[in-house]
Write a protein that binds this ligand. Structure first.
Ligand code: GDP
Length: 304
């Protein structure tokens, strides 16, 4: 909870405080009130559809609860946001699927700069601390420095890594890594991938090839394909997500840089429009700045 507190400072000053200011000058629950509220939510990236639904349901709920004071209305808003979030993902599992036997394989996809490498570094530290034998695969062989960046994390975390030469076939790195994970009995393998969206067809073919190789070596793999999205890019992140979702079987979202955005509402839009669980959120650049997503902590963090 403390992490959300720190990490959501900007969203709070953007969204939470604006809402609180808005509520402070609010006199009666009339049409203008709800119109303005709807606008505020759209600006906070909760998505148009979600904003309209929220304000519609709030109209009802405020009436039903006969909420009059600012505090009462604010509580209703928070309750509704958590409820709508949880409802939108009622059938979704936000835990990480582990292999029943042998190594668990988690692939990370997303555009360059979204935070894949950093997220892997943070997660690897966590699993290592939990006593797991962790292996990293640096399958982003195209971006200059990507392999070195992951090597720095591997060293810092004290975990092993498989790399390949620059511009080599990323599928070869994946092949070497999955073999090593099997042969040397690793518990978990994290696969970093390239994110060159300039060449969508190539990128998607490349991801498909990696998946095939993983599945050939370990039939149940990959156990997760996590799409990493930069929350500061707002609606752009949503559009990227749609693209990746169409071409790969994404199993969950990691939403990074929530500490750097005033638009934390994007979390609601993702759940509502993509129907994918947000599994982790990035709340800073440090190794500990990664949290399992919790809707209630998150929404309360926005308004606190
Ligand atoms: P990749 O290209 O997808 O592998 O992205 P990187 O992991 O290299 O991240 C790009 C930049 O975003 C780096 O400078 C990271 O330190 C930064 N970054 C990643 N996650 C977060 C986060 O949750 N919060 C903040 N503030 N920065 C982040």
């Amino acid at each position: 909870e403390e992490k959300y507190d720190q990490g959501l400072k900007k969203s709070r000053s953007g969204f939470g405080e604006r809402l609180n200011r808005f509520l402070a000058r609010f006199r009666s629950v009339d049409e203008d009130f709800f119109d303005d509220l709807e606008e505020l939510m759209i600006e906070s990236d909760v998505g148009y559809e979600m904003a309209v639904r929220l304000s519609d349901e709030l109209r009802e709920e405020v009436k039903l609860q006969n909420a009059k004071s600012t505090q009462e209305v604010s509580n209703v808003i928070i309750e509704k946001m958590v409820e709508l979030y949880e409802e939108a993902g009622a059938n979704e599992d936000d835990s990480i699927h582990l292999a029943e036997q042998g190594p668990t394989v988690i692939m990370f996809v997303g555009v360059n700069g979204a935070g894949k490498t950093t997220t892997i570094g943070k997660l690897a530290a966590r699993y290592k601390q939990a006593g797991q034998k962790v292996l990293l695969a640096a399958a982003d062989t195209f971006r200059a420095g990507a392999t070195e960046q992951l090597e720095v994390w591997a060293q810092r975390d004290g975990v092993d890594i498989v790399t390949g030469p620059e511009n080599s076939d990323p599928a070869a790195v994946v092949f070497d890594a999955v073999k090593k994970a099997k042969d040397d009995h690793y518990d978990i393998l994290f696969v970093d991938t390239a994110g060159r969206l300039q060449n969508k067809v190539n990128l998607m073919n490349e991801l498909a090839k990696m998946k095939r190789i993983l599945t050939r070596e370990i039939p149940s793999a990959p156990h997760e394909v996590l799409l990493v999205l930069d929350s500061t890019t707002g609606q752009n992140a949503l559009n990227q997500a749609k693209l990746f979702k169409e071409s790969t079987d994404v199993t969950g979202i990691v939403l990074t840089k929530l500490d750097g955005t005033a638009r934390g509402g994007i979390v609601l839009a993702i759940r509502n429009e993509l129907h994918l669980p947000v599994k982790f959120v990035g709340l800073g650049e440090k190794v500990t700045d990664l949290e399992k997503f919790d809707a209630s902590d998150f929404v309360y963090g926005l308004f606190k």
